[in-house]
Design a protein around this ligand. Structure first.
Ligand SMILES: Cc1cc2nc3c(=O)[nH]c(=O)nc-3n(C[C@H](O)[C@H](O)[C@H](O)COP(=O)(O)O)c2cc1C
Length: 150
């Protein structure tokens, strides 16, 4: 399984690592920034599952990671069975923030099943930390992922 992020302040990286740590007992999990890996690296691994961390930038899902997914779609020959995504943000949550990512993920032909639920985690400020109660939400999402990835 792969968990990819494009973390600047470390918020989505931290949550990616928390999820990875938790799923490690059942899966071989790799976590990395899209700055260190290429779409070909993922294609080579032919993962069963993919979790995408999305930072919200200027009221939208981060374009760089959406572009990475589009490039993945060009090089992946063995479809990824299970795909999920989550986001971190610092302002009040608006559902349209995630629409771009939803569209990109749904359009990707290399993804089979997409998790119908996603996680959004609010930060106290851009650099973090997460607001109170986020830990519980993250743990609930991990339970959802465990069911979904079966
Ligand atoms: C340039 C920039 C623009 C941002 N725009 C938004 C925004 O429109 N809405 C929002 O809720 N948060 C916004 N944020 C906050 C980030 O989404 C938040 O800090 C996120 O957790 C960053 O993830 P990271 O730590 O993994 O980089 C912005 C942050 C930066 C640096």
């Amino acid at each position: 399984m792969w968990i990819i992020h494009n973390s600047l302040h470390g918020n989505s990286e931290q949550i990616s690592k928390t999820i990875a740590e938790d799923l490690k007992d059942g899966y071989d999990v790799s976590v990395d920034s899209i700055k260190n890996i290429s779409p070909e690296d993922i294609a080579k691994d032919a993962p069963y599952g993919l979790i995408i961390a999305t930072r919200i930038v200027a009221f939208r899902s981060d374009n760089e990671i959406r572009e990475f997914i589009k490039n993945m779609d060009r090089v992946i020959t063995k479809p990824i069975s299970k795909v999920a995504y989550f986001s971190t943000h610092a302002l009040g949550w608006k559902n349209f923030f995630i629409k771009g990512m939803k569209k990109t993920v749904e359009k990707a032909e290399c993804f089979e099943e997409i998790c119908p639920e996603f996680l959004e985690v609010k930060m106290e400020k851009a650099e973090g930390p997460a607001v109170e109660g986020a830990d519980v939400k993250i743990q609930e999402f991990i339970s959802t992922l465990r069911e979904f990835m079966k």
